[in-house]
Structures are given as structure tokens and as C-alpha cells.
Design a protein around this ligand. Structure first.
Ligand code: EPU
Length: 422
């Protein structure tokens, strides 16, 4: 099994360039299902989740052509309406094909994603919204079977803010008869990026980035060309890497507008963040301060940065309280971090970190994508060597992570693949 070995204690310094955002690329690649002809996507990261969505599109009969970070997709050849269990089980975001398949073919059969390490993650709001748009949905043998003669616009209130739920319904509504209103919609930059891509295809969507999104259905959509926005979570993770190693990193492509909550909290912790024309410079020269954090839907502090911020707080003398309000089980990294000597107590949705204790390298296990990022960050700061197993989690969402960290002066390498220090 592949492992990442990290020798801790090296200060990070230099420049890193942020890749395209996984969570923007996934729905945008799927949106190609809504048109016939070649759409062109640039700055698509080379990640395991992106390969999974490309496999799913190919499985549906869609043509996919990849050259470096440019991906071309032609859904003129779409011939299947089924997303099988084998693909959906490896990536929940596969459920994003539900809305576009219904819009294009009037039917979809998509495996129900099960639970996942970070929580139950139901998709009831995706299904309820599609039902309001006239879809007949049944759940049998682990599959969602959805059918509709033609989708109708509807006034939909989402009980919980859901990112992929908002995206799925936006794609379904783009070609529905009449107007759809999504209330309590997710405001994430990735939702805005999808709406922008859909509008370029000829959709009429207004309000993306606000809690009320209005979609005026159109008869058809045309192919388009899109450059994927930089990954704000990757950028945030490198900001924390600068903090935990008392480093000085220029992060090219980091969008301050997408990172306002993270920048605010990182600054409170004593890290300097300066805006430069092409990104952010992040410098940590002083003792860290403890800060409380509560995860919230955008523009609140992202749940996808909670595990990484916790590592920063492990190094800040004093108490910090970290509240997770989005997912019910997103503290699984805590027991692995405890193996490295940190003092964290979890009660329900709250983790109390007593920071300032030295961290020591240990064998640890990655349990999900962001948890694995937190283990790498802890390992960079720890005394001695850390061995991280189950690293396939990190390959889902961080492009060339070892190479990027090594360029900044980190000492880490992978065993199982290439065994020598990079
Ligand atoms: N929820 C429901 N019913 C639904 C949908 C969601 O109750 O029908 C609940 C969820 O259980 C959760 C909350 O609503 O408690 C928010 O979940 P959301 O639907 O927003 O999550 P998601 O769309 O499945 C996306 C990202 C996640 C990120 C979350 C929250 C993608 C592909 N995934 O997931 O990214 O954590 O939003 O911001 O966009 C990651 O990249 O590591 C990752 C997990």
C-alpha cells in the first residue's frame, strides 16, 4: 500500500501555484451533458475524482478527450441514462448527473450514494426538488429511478444549504419549462462558477452567489469554453502550511475574495496575509494565537478547511474551540492527530484544542480527503518522521501535493510508487 513519509521541521519558503478547483470542475464537466457538441474546459486538475467523473461520462456514451489540463467533452453521443454503483460508490459527486440526465433524456437511473466517512450525507433535497419539478422518483435495489416527460419550473425551498443539491437543481432547471426559483441556495464560488458556465451555454440564471437563484428555462443549450477557477481549499491548505512551518509562501492564483473567512481566521492566529497582484503572500514569524472557529456554509468558514485549521491550533498556546456544523462526523482526523501527541477533546460537534504541545512524528492513517491534508500539515510541523497510510484519499483532491510541497522545501516522499525523497 502506498504511503507518504514526511520528515518534519523544515520551514516552507517559495512559490506555489494553485490548481483548478475540484469542486468547480466536477459540476462543470457534468454540465456538458446538457449540450450536443464539444465543450472545452481548461485548468482542469489531474485528480482521482476528476478521473472518476470522466469515466462516468464515458460510461454514459459521452466523448471525453484529455490533453494535459484541457478536457474536451461532447455529449452529442449520450446514449445511457444509468450511473452505476461501481462509479457512484467511489465518488458521491457522481449524483450530479441526475439533473442533467433528466433534462436531456427525461429519465435517469443513478445508484444511491451510501454514507461516507464524514457523515450520512443524504440527497433527499436533490430528489425533493426534482419531484417538485414534475419528476417521478422511485428508490429500488439501491438505485434512484427518475422519469419525467418534461421538467417544469418550480419554486423550491431547500431546507438545508446544499452545494451539490443547488448545482443539480440548477442544471435540471436550465432546460425546464418555465421559471425555477431556488431559495436558501448555496452561495459557494463553485456554484457561481457553474452558473456562469451554464449562462455561457445559453442558460438564463440570475442570483447565483445569493440565497435566491432564479432560472428561466430555455429550449436548448450550446457547448462552451470554460477555465476552471483556482481551488480555494488547496490555497487555504497552503496558507496553513505556511503557518505550521513558520514559513513564507507566495500562493499564486489564491483568490482573496473566495477565502475571506479563512484569511480572517488565519490573521487572527497571528499569520500575515498580504494581497499581491497574482495571489497571496502568507508569512508566519510570530508565536501563533489560539482562535475559535465554527464551520458554516459559504461565506462562513468552510468545513473543508476545518481539519487543517485544527492543526494550526494544535501549535497555538492556549485553548481553541472548533465547532463543526455541516457534517456530523468530521472529527475522525482527531484520533490520528492524537497519535502525534496533540491534546484535543471532542464532545459532539465541538473539539477543544489545548495548543502548544510539541507534535511528534508517528504512523497515522488518512480517513478522508481533508483529514489526510491535516495529517500532512501536522507531519510538516512535527519533530521526526511521520508515515501516512491510505494516501489515496489525498489523491482525490490535491494535485501533485508532494511535488508542490517539495518545491517549497518540505522533505517528503511516497513509498509504494516512487520510493526516493522528492
Ligand atoms: N444535506 C441534506 N440533504 C441533502 C443534501 C445535503 O441533509 O439532500 C446535508 C448534508 O448531510 C450536510 C449538509 O446538508 O450536512 C451540506 O451538504 P452539501 O450537500 O452542501 O455537501 P455536498 O454538496 O455533498 C459539497 C462538497 C464537499 C463539501 C460540502 C460542504 C462537492 C463535490 N463536494 O458536498 O466537499 O464539504 O459541499 O461545503 O462540491 C471535499 O471536497 O472534501 C468535500 C467533501
Amino acid at each position: 500500500m502506498e504511503k507518504i513519509i514526511v520528515e518534519g521541521g523544515h520551514r516552507l519558503q517559495g512559490t506555489v501555484t494553485i490548481s483548478g478547483a475540484k469542486n468547480a470542475a466536477l459540476p462543470i464537466l457534468v454540465s456538458a451533458l446538457l449540450a450536443e457538441g464539444w465543450s472545452v474546459y481548461q485548468n482542469v486538475p489531474d485528480l482521482r475524482d476528476i478521473r472518476t467523473i470522466k469515466s462516468l461520462l464515458t460510461d454514459l456514451g459521452v466523448q471525453v478527450n484529455t490533453q494535459g489540463s484541457t478536457v474536451k467533452v461532447n455529449a452529442g453521443t449520450l446514449r445511457s441514462h444509468e450511473a452505476p454503483y461501481d462509479l457512484v460508490k467511489t465518488m458521491r459527486a457522481s449524483v450530479l448527473v441526475l439533473g442533467p440526465l433528466l433534462a436531456r433524456l427525461g429519465r435517469a437511473r443513478v445508484s444511491l450514494p451510501g454514507g461516507c466517512a464524514i457523515g450520512a450525507r443524504p440527497i433527499n433535497l436533490h430528489l425533493k426538488g426534482l419531484e417538485q419539478m414534475g419528476a417521478h422518483i422511485s428508490l429500488e435495489h439501491g438505485y434512484i429511478d427518475a422519469e419525467v416527460p418534461s421538467l417544469k419550473g418550480a419554486d423550491i425551498y431547500l431546507d438545508t444549504v446544499t452545494v451539490t443539491g443547488t448545482e443539480n437543481l440548477m442544471m435540471a432547471a436550465a432546460m425546464a419549462d418555465g421559471v425555477t426559483i431556488l431559495r436558501n441556495a448555496a452561495r459557494e464560488p463553485e456554484v457561481v462558477a457553474l452558473a456562469t458556465a451554464l449562462n455561457q451555454m445559453g442558460a438564463q440564471i440570475t442570483g447565483a452567489g445569493t440565497p435566491v437563484v432564479t432560472i428561466n428555462g430555455v429550449d436548448s443549450l450550446k457547448p462552451t469554453s470554460v477555465t476552471i477557477i483556482p481551488d480555494r481549499i488547496e490555497a487555504g491548505t497552503f496558507m496553513i502550511a505556511a503557518g505550521v512551518t513558520h514559513g513564507n509562501i507566495k500562493i499564486i492564483g489564491a483568490q482573496p475574495g473566495h477565502l475571506a473567512a479563512v484569511i480572517h481566521k488565519v490573521r487572527q492566529a497571528g499569520i500575515t496575509v498580504e494581497q499581491e497582484p497574482d495571489g497571496l503572500r502568507v508569512v508566519c514569524e510570530q508565536t501563533l494565537s489560539s482562535v475559535d472557529v465554527k464551520t458554516l456554509p459559504y461565506p462562513g468558514f468552510p468545513t473543508d478547511m476545518q481539519a487543517q485549521f485544527m492543526v494550526l491550533m494544535c501549535l497555538a498556546p492556549g485553548l481553541s474551540v472548533i465547532s463543526e456544523t455541516i457534517f456530523e462526523n468530521r472529527f475522525i482526523h482527531v484520533s490520528e492527530l492524537q497519535r502525534m501527541g496533540v491534546d484535543i477533546k471532542v464532545s459532539g460537534h465541538t473539539a477543544v484544542v489545548q495548543g502548544g504541545r510539541p507534535m511528534t512524528g508517528a504512523p497515522v492513517m488518512a480517513t478522508d480527503l481533508r483529514a489526510s491534508a491535516s495529517l500532512i500539515l501536522a507531519a510538516l510541523a512535527a519533530e521526526g518522521t511521520t508515515e501516512i497510510s491510505r494516501v489515496y484519499h489525498i489523491d482525490r483532491g490535491y494535485e501533485a501535493i508532494e511535488k508542490k510541497l517539495a518545491q517549497l522545501g518540505a522533505r517528503l516522499w511516497r513509498t509504494g510508487g516512487s520510493a526516493s525523497p522528492k
